[in-house]
Design a binder for this molecule. Structure first.
Ligand code: AHR
Length: 498
């Protein structure tokens, strides 16, 4: 089969905010305890942070990490996680049915983020708590000194403020499963009053209001409209969350699910712009896709996990090649709206629905989804260009006109680099791709990296960590501004030109 694209510098969608490649660490399962932190592990540093895990995260060049939840944050008293570790209380953690030891809290996480070289996206609890505790936390983290909360931080050994810049106003507050679930009006009012006091403490921070937990919620879109009606002038981003699964083992349909993500983003932009129009506002609301991934493999095993244990192996999806292809398509969906989707968090980062897995006391390895995420994060910085694509199409159970070729282009003018990300969704055939590269005739192919496998259900494990890894054997060639490349069936491709 054949597909073609035209790529032109003039077809600019928008600057890719590096925070599009963010991720997420929640106090959930083995993300923190046994994931980023394991005191006594042979590879742990003096604070107990696993250096092998830090190194893997650095390979991903993760620019920002959301913390500490997730559903966890809606029952979290942040004061439990600061001060001398020996005095910290163990608590029942109601969101996930575990025991939280509070060995790691805000300050330790700030230390860890510095070691990794990432920023922190902090979330405040608007489930069981409200504006008062949120403004205290901003004061604790960001105020230099001379007040109760800032001096308390200093007394805990942190003389300099953390200066966290990005803050989430709660998590999934539309969901009945959420501790302190609210109606849109209840949440909208609380979020507004919380936003006001947080920004009064530190006017330099940026705030994310909760959108719907997913597009299937009964209140979807009306939730966003109501919340923004309350908060539009006081927040900077609206959140989106989505997870896809392949429970019915229909690969063609599964790989098409990023079309749902395209529509989701489009609907949310339309809803934001409706409120903008209603308010005669000049401001465009930006989007934070702060939870996205494939999540379904662990659903059954999670039901068997005993309650009230510490750091049980929850949400430990083992990902296949086809999961990595959908992850690639989801990244492409966000790049296609880089003008409005400014932040995003692959949920999550370590052990919990994660690109990185660890063994307690043992090693760590890269899941299949690690690779498209790494390629995009490392080589997808610049301006997102809109490719004009001609591709064969197919219909699946839920979708019609699904293009076999999914692609996004990032142009980095400063470095004279163009990166083509492309997925071939076809289960049977190679796609012969022809690209008109117009103004890039003097470029050359630096790399054509491919993630593929004869078995699309193949995955990596600790015992076999190299089973699904990219190889540099792609045949992309560029001559006189025309690129040709074979995209194998069911493959993720990164073609770099410079
Ligand atoms: O990422 C796992 C969970 O998914 C998060 O805690 C919650 O926000 C979402 O439902």
């Amino acid at each position: 089969k054949k597909a073609s694209m035209i790529i032109d510098k003039e077809f600019a969608i928008g600057e890719v905010d590096p925070r599009l490649y963010g991720s997420f660490i929640e106090h959930l399962g083995r993300a923190v305890y046994g994931g980023i932190y394991e005191l006594g592990h042979p590879d742990a540093d003096e604070q107990g942070f696993r250096k092998d895990v830090v190194a893997l995260i650095q390979e991903l060049a993760v620019p920002i990490v959301r913390y500490p939840g997730g559903n966890f944050v809606s029952g979290y008293n942040w004061e439990d996680g600061v001060g001398p570790v020996t005095e910290r209380k163990k608590r029942l953690e109601l969101a996930w049915g575990t025991i939280e030891t509070n060995e790691i809290g805000t300050n330790e996480f700030a230390d860890w983020a510095k070691k990794v070289g990432t920023e922190v996206m902090m979330a405040v609890n608007l489930g069981t708590r409200g504006p008062d505790e949120a403004r205290n936390l901003v004061e604790y983290c960001n105020h230099p000194k001379g007040t109760y909360w800032s001096d308390l931080r200093r007394s805990h050994g942190y003389e300099q403020p953390h200066n966290f810049k990005t803050w989430c106003l709660g998590n999934e507050m539309d969901g009945p499963w959420q501790i302190g679930h609210k109606t849109a009006d209840e949440y909208g009012r609380t979020a507004l009053e919380t936003a006001k006091v947080m920004k009064w403490v530190d006017p330099t921070i940026e705030l994310v209001a909760c959108g719907s937990s997913n597009r299937a919620m009964a209140t979807f879109a009306q939730w966003e409209a109501t919340v923004l009606d309350h908060t539009y002038d006081h927040v900077d981003y609206l959140s989106l969350h989505t997870y896809y699964g392949n429970g019915d083992n229909d690969t063609a349909n599964f790989l098409a699910k990023s079309l749902d993500m395209d529509d989701f983003i489009h609907s949310i932009i339309a809803t934001c712009d409706y409120i903008k129009a209603k308010k005669r506002s000049k401001k465009n609301m930006m989007l934070s896709f702060d939870e996205w991934n494939v999540w379904f493999h662990s659903n059954e095993s999670d039901k068997k996990i005993e309650r009230w244990t510490i750091a049980p192996p929850q949400l430990e999806d083992i990902y296949t090649l086809e999961d990595a292809l959908l992850v690639g398509c989801m990244i492409i969906s966000m790049l296609k709206r880089a003008d409005r989707v400014k932040m995003a968090c692959l949920a999550q980062l370590v052990n919990v629905i994660a690109p990185i897995m660890t063994v307690n006391g043992g090693g760590s390895w890269r899941q299949t989804i690690f690779f498209p995420y790494m390629h995009a994060s490392v080589y997808g910085r610049g301006v997102s260009l809109k490719p004009l694509i001609q591709s064969p199409k197919y219909d699946s159970k839920e979708f019609t006109d699904v293009p076999m070729l999914e692609s996004a282009i990032v142009y980095n003018e400063a470095q004279n680099q163009v990166t083509i990300f492309a997925v071939n969704r076809d289960l049977e055939d190679t796609l012969e791709l022809a690209v008109d590269l117009r103004q890039f005739a003097n470029y050359r192919v630096v790399e054509h990296s491919i993630l593929e496998n004869t078995d699309h259900k193949a995955s990596n494990t600790m015992a076999n960590p190299q089973n699904v890894v990219p190889h540099a054997g792609g045949d992309a060639a560029l001559q006189d501004g025309r690129l040709s490349a074979s995209l194998p069936k069911l493959s993720w491709n990164m073609i770099r030109l410079a």
